[in-house]
Design a protein. Structure first.
Length: 319
């Protein structure tokens, strides 16, 4: 990957020792990064930076591996701090389609420029932050950006068949195609936040997370913060066909919170339950769950507060 090579060269010019881990299948980065972090701690070697080169799904796996290796993931023990070492920090190198997590940290600034700031300990435009992670309870997997049911999951599914379209435009075109066919949209679900019912019925979608944008372009959670120990939750009831386009424009601009179909909340745990006769499509960090959520079944998310040290812009572009 050309971007990975350019970043590696930039690090080596600074005299840093770089070790590359390449993965070939989904899930491999979690194990590889966790092992590397834990082994470095046991050997008394400090890891300064862990770079995630890829899309938001890759970032999710690297972040979970770091949280497990440092002992900040539920059920894990040990870690650098318990051995008197500095905890490694994540730096995201955007090489995916939406790159929403990088946008939350640095807007769309050139990655080589931002990395140069990070390597300068006195640079005022970047700083280390401790960010929250989500946990998909049933799979015991991390969630970095957030998760959703309904519309966005359908957009991601449609985008898989549009490989000829590059970058964020792929998601935008997939969304526009679905909006033009409202009969294909809508899902029956109930949403609970901290054990209390938020909404139930025919929904266009529900989104939860910490990052404000999904797909790089859709600002579903315009007031969300990355380190407040809470999920922001946005549920949108299924609108009439003539309202669908208006809502889509409002969402892109982050101006939908006051629309009558929209209900918002914050909380430490979120449960989505399929209540209709059909399954509910679920995605997290841009990856579709295998198969739709079956009728009568639910999926749960909980906050893991301050789980990850991450380099970010100062001030941050998205909370």
């Amino acid at each position: 990957m050309a971007l990975a090579g350019a970043v590696t060269e930039q690090l080596e010019r600074e005299g840093l020792d770089v070790r590359r881990l390449t993965t070939a299948a989904r899930g491999e980065a979690v194990t590889a990064v966790s092992r590397e972090v834990a082994n470095s701690s046991r050997a008394g070697r400090e890891l300064g930076l862990v770079l995630a080169v890829g899309g938001d799904g890759t970032v999710r796996e690297v972040a979970e591996g770091m949280a497990r290796g440092t002992g900040s993931w539920p059920g894990e023990i040990g870690g650098p701090e318990r051995n008197g070492q500095r905890e490694p920090a994540l730096f995201v190198v955007p090489a995916g389609t939406g790159n929403s997590f990088y946008r939350a940290l640095f807007a769309d600034a050139p990655v080589e420029e931002v990395l140069g700031m990070v390597l300068d300990p006195e640079h005022p435009a970047v700083r280390l932050r401790r960010l929250d992670l989500g946990r998909l309870v049933e799979l015991d997997q991390a969630v970095v950006l957030g998760a959703s049911a309904g519309f966005l999951a359908s957009v991601l599914d449609a985008a898989l068949h549009m490989s000829e379209v590059r970058g964020r435009r792929r998601y935008e075109e997939a969304a526009a195609d679905l909006i033009a066919r409202p009969e294909c949209l809508g899902t029956d679900a109930s949403v609970l936040v901290d054990g209390r019912l938020l909404v139930s019925g025919r929904l266009l979608m529900v989104a939860l997370g910490g990052a404000r944008h999904r797909g790089g372009a859709f600002e579903f959670l315009p007031e969300s913060l990355l380190d407040d120990g809470l999920f922001d939750v946005c549920a949108i009831e299924m609108p009439s066909p003539d309202r669908l386009g208006q809502l889509a424009v409002a969402v892109v601009n982050g101006h939908h919170r006051e629309e009558p179909e929209v209900t918002c909340a914050r909380g430490r745990s979120v449960v989505i339950e399929a209540i209709g006769a059909e399954g509910v499509p679920i995605e997290y960090d841009g990856d579709l769950m295998a198969g739709a959520l079956a009728p009568g079944r639910s999926v749960s998310f909980e906050i893991v507060g301050g789980a990850l040290a991450v380099w970010a812009g100062d001030p941050p572009p998205a909370g």
